[in-house]
Design a binder for this molecule. Structure first.
Ligand code: CP3
Length: 349
C-alpha cells in the first residue's frame, strides 16, 4: 500500500505510522466566535450550508485554529429531506422543524430527481475546500444514514421517544421500507457527488441506531447501510468509509462486518477494553471522548484522554469525540486536547 501524504488516509489503510490523527465531530459551529460572526450575518444556518463561499470559510475555521488532520464539509444530514422537497427549517433554540411524513401516499411527493441540482452548492463547497486545504489534510464528506434521517422526516424534528417512526416501521414495514429505499438512493448519490467534488473520506452518521431492537437493527440500520456502501464502492472502490452507529452497544460487532467499510466511529458508552479486543482487530476505530470532558477541561479531561490513548492508540487509531462538540466548549480546552495528542505522537515515534 502506498504511503499517503494524509495521516488520516494512512491510518484508514491500516498503516501504523505512530501518528494519531485528530478531528472532532461538530468541530465547526457555535463554540467558535468566528462561526458566530458568520452565522449572525448569514441569517440562517441553511444559508451557510447553501452558500459555497460561507460553507468553505466555516469548514476551514477549525483547521486554521486547531490544525486538525481533517476538515468535515459544513452541511447537515437534513439537507437530504430538504433537497427531496420536504423543507427543513432550523429554529434557534428548538432545532430542525419539518412537516412530518406519516403515510405512504406522501412519499410520492419526494423528488429524487431534483437532489443533485438542489445540493449543487454543497458539492461546489466541497471542491473549493479541497482546493484550499493543505495536501496533508483530508476532507470528509458525510451523510446521515437512512434510519436516522427517516426519524426526522417522520417525527417532523427531534423527538423524545420516536414513537411515530418506530410504529410505522413495526406496523407497516413494507410501506416504511419505501421511505428507506428512497433514502438509500438519495444518500448513495449524495455521497458519490461529494467524492466527485473532492472528498477524500466519507462518514455515515446513524445517530439513532441505538433505538432499534435486534431484528429492526438488521433491517433498518445494517441492510440499508450495506446497500449504500456497496453502491459507493462500486464507483469508487478506494474511498474509505467510516460508520457511526451511535449507541449500538454490542451491535457494533455486526457493523464492523459490513463489507468494504474502513472504520467505525465509537460513541462514548463503549468500554475501551472491549473495543480493543473485539473491534480493533477487525477495522480501524475512531473516538471516543465523551464531549462533556472537553467542556470540563482540566485534569478530568487529561486523564480520560490518556486512558483512551493508552488503550486504543497502540494500534492504528483516530482520535475523536463520542458525539459532537458541545456548544459552550472553551476553545482553550480544544487547543489543549490537540497538544496532548501531538505530544503523544512525538513521544511514541
Ligand atoms: O463540523 C461538523 O461536524 C460539520 C457539520 C455538521 C452539522 N451537523 C452542522 C450543524 C454535521 C456533520 C452535522 C450532523 C448532524 N446533524 C447529525 C449527526 C450527528 C449527531 O449530532 O448525532 C444530526 C442528528 C443532525 C441534525 C441536526 N442539525 C440537529 C438535531 C440540529 C439542531 C441541534 C443543534 O445542535 O443545533 C442541527 C443543527 C446544526 N447542524 C448546527 C450545526 C453547526 C447548529 C446550527 C446553528 O448554527 O444554529
Amino acid at each position: 500500500m502506498l504511503i499517503s501524504k494524509q495521516p488520516m488516509i494512512n491510518v484508514l489503510n491500516g498503516i501504523n505510522t505512530n501518528r494519531v490523527p485528530i478531528w472532532l465531530m461538530r468541530q465547526a459551529g457555535r463554540y467558535l466566535e468566528e462561526y458566530q460572526q458568520i452565522r449572525k450575518n448569514a441569517g440562517s444556518f441553511l444559508n451557510i450550508c447553501y452558500s459555497p463561499d460561507l460553507a468553505k470559510k466555516v469548514t476551514l475555521q477549525p483547521i486554521h485554529r486547531f490544525n486538525f488532520d481533517a476538515a468535515i464539509i459544513f452541511s447537515d444530514i437534513l439537507v437530504i429531506p430538504d433537497a427531496l422537497g420536504q423543507p427543513v427549517d432550523f429554529k434557534p433554540g428548538v432545532g430542525p422543524v419539518l412537516e412530518p411524513i406519516r403515510s405512504v401516499n406522501s412519499l410520492a411527493h419526494l423528488k429524487l430527481h431534483q437532489l443533485k441540482t438542489h445540493l449543487a452548492p454543497v458539492y461546489e463547497a466541497v471542491s473549493s475546500v479541497r482546493s484550499e486545504l493543505a495536501e496533508n489534510k483530508s476532507l470528509i464528506g458525510f451523510s446521515g444514514a437512512p434510519w436516522t434521517i427517516a426519524t426526522y422526516m417522520v417525527e417532523g424534528g427531534t423527538s423524545r421517544d420516536f414513537t411515530n417512526t418506530k410504529l410505522w416501521a413495526c406496523a407497516a414495514p413494507d410501506e416504511f421500507n419505501n421511505l428507506i429505499e428512497i433514502l438509500v438512493s438519495a444518500i448513495t448519490e449524495h455521497l458519490i457527488s461529494q467524492i466527485k467534488g473532492g472528498a477524500d473520506i466519507l462518514q455515515i452518521f446513524d445517530s439513532w441506531a441505538g433505538l432499534l431492537s435486534e431484528r429492526a437493527f438488521e433491517r433498518w440500520c445494517l441492510a440499508p447501510i450495506r446497500k449504500i456502501v456497496r453502491g459507493v464502492l462500486k464507483e469508487f472502490p478506494e474511498i474509505p468509509i467510516i460508520i457511526f452507529p451511535r449507541l449500538a452497544g454490542r451491535r457494533y460487532l455486526d457493523v464492523v462486518e459490513i463489507e468494504g467499510i474502513s472504520a467505525v466511529s465509537l460513541d462514548h458508552t463503549l468500554s475501551l477494553g472491549w473495543v480493543h479486543e473485539h473491534l480493533q482487530s477487525k477495522v480501524i476505530v475512531q473516538g471516543n471522548l465523551d464531549p462533556i470532558y472537553l467542556l470540563a477541561g482540566g485534569n478530568a479531561m487529561r486523564e480520560e484522554v490518556n486512558r483512551i490513548l493508552d488503550c486504543l492508540a497502540p494500534s492504528p487509531f483516530i482520535f475523536n469525540l463520542g458525539h459532537g462538540v458541545l456548544p459552550n466548549t472553551p476553545t482553550e480546552h480544544v487547543s489543549e486536547l490537540c497538544d496532548i495528542i501531538t505530544r503523544f505522537q512525538r513521544e511514541s515515534s
